[in-house]
Design a binder for this molecule. Structure first.
Ligand code: FES
Ligand code: FES
Length: 273
């Protein structure tokens, strides 16, 4: 039986060992589940197989079996939240601690919005709320009750891509694509910020509206969106392309010539020692 538990087989319950005792709380949860004689290791394996983490176990301990269920019924502490996403209204009953990111992904099955760090550091979860960029992992769903939320799924017009989506495709502004929904939502809202005259940290004259979207402006304004694949030059080009309406832009880089390379006097690399 222990082998069965070690292999993660659900429902496997065995007699326990005295040297691995449950805490009082765990024993209470085990009694509520109707199982006895478990070692602590077996108890944790059972919780894991049942899909119950600390929250679910805590709810069981509080006598709230419905709230502990991985899916299905609303928790006992649910609050009504109306999410307006991509033009559709959804009346939900959510634990007040539910983030907008989890509400989108787990309750509305809108998985285009990605969970990267879940700590507000990568930008993968960026959505647009009433025209502003918002990190959905740091936003409670209840905070945006009734506000207009736009996710990556809501940008295209039927089969026609949003111009920013088309520009990302045209410029190869992604590799693995995991950061891309957040990058695109961020870029779309960035253009609105430029349009209404918002200055950034690198704007030279904050009394004037930014008309030229330089590399530095884009990099600064997109600095909250991390791309582990390093597609940054292409992302910058895509955003500038949409901002300028496809006008040619000066190259900000060039290949170095052989003479310039030799002049740098770089140490030789490669080859066997
Ligand atoms: S998942 Fe939200 S910032 Fe990383
Ligand atoms: S395209 Fe892979 S993380 Fe950005």
């Amino acid at each position: 039986m222990r082998d069965a538990l070690d292999s993660g087989a659900p429902g496997a319950v065995a007699a326990g060992r005295a040297d691995d005792a449950l805490t009082d709380d765990e024993a209470a949860i085990a009694r509520r589940l109707g199982v006895t004689g478990l070692s602590r290791r077996e108890f944790l394996a059972l919780m894991s197989a049942a899909g119950l983490g600390a929250t679910g176990a805590g709810a069981l301990l509080a006598g709230d079996a419905a709230a502990a269920a991985p899916t299905g019924a609303a928790p006992a502490n649910a609050v009504p939240v109306t999410l307006r996403v991509n033009g559709a209204s959804h009346a939900l009953q959510l634990d007040p601690r539910t983030t907008l990111l989890d509400a989108l992904r787990e309750h509305l099955a809108l998985t285009g919005t990605k969970k990267g760090c879940d700590h507000g550091q990568c930008g993968a979860c960026t959505v647009i709320v009433d025209g502003e960029r918002r990190l959905s992992c740091l936003t409670l769903a209840a905070q945006v009750d009734g506000e207009a939320v736009t996710t990556i799924e809501g940008l295209a017009d039927g089969d026609r891509l949003h111009p920013m989506q088309a520009a990302f495709v045209e410029h190869d502004g992604f590799q693995c694509g995991y950061c891309t929904p957040g990058q695109i939502c961020s870029a779309v809202a960035l253009l609105s910020e430029i349009e209404r005259g918002d200055a950034s940290h690198v704007t030279a004259d904050v009394s004037r509206k930014v008309t030229e979207l330089t590399d530095a402006e884009v990099r600064e304004r997109m600095s909250g969106n991390i791309c582990r694949c390093g597609a940054y030059p292409k992302i910058v080009a895509a955003i500038q392309d949409v901002h300028s309406g496809g006008a040619p832009r000066p190259l900000t880089w060039r290949y170095v010539g052989q003479d310039e390379l030799l002049a740098l006097n770089l140490p030789a690399t490669g080859g066997a020692a």
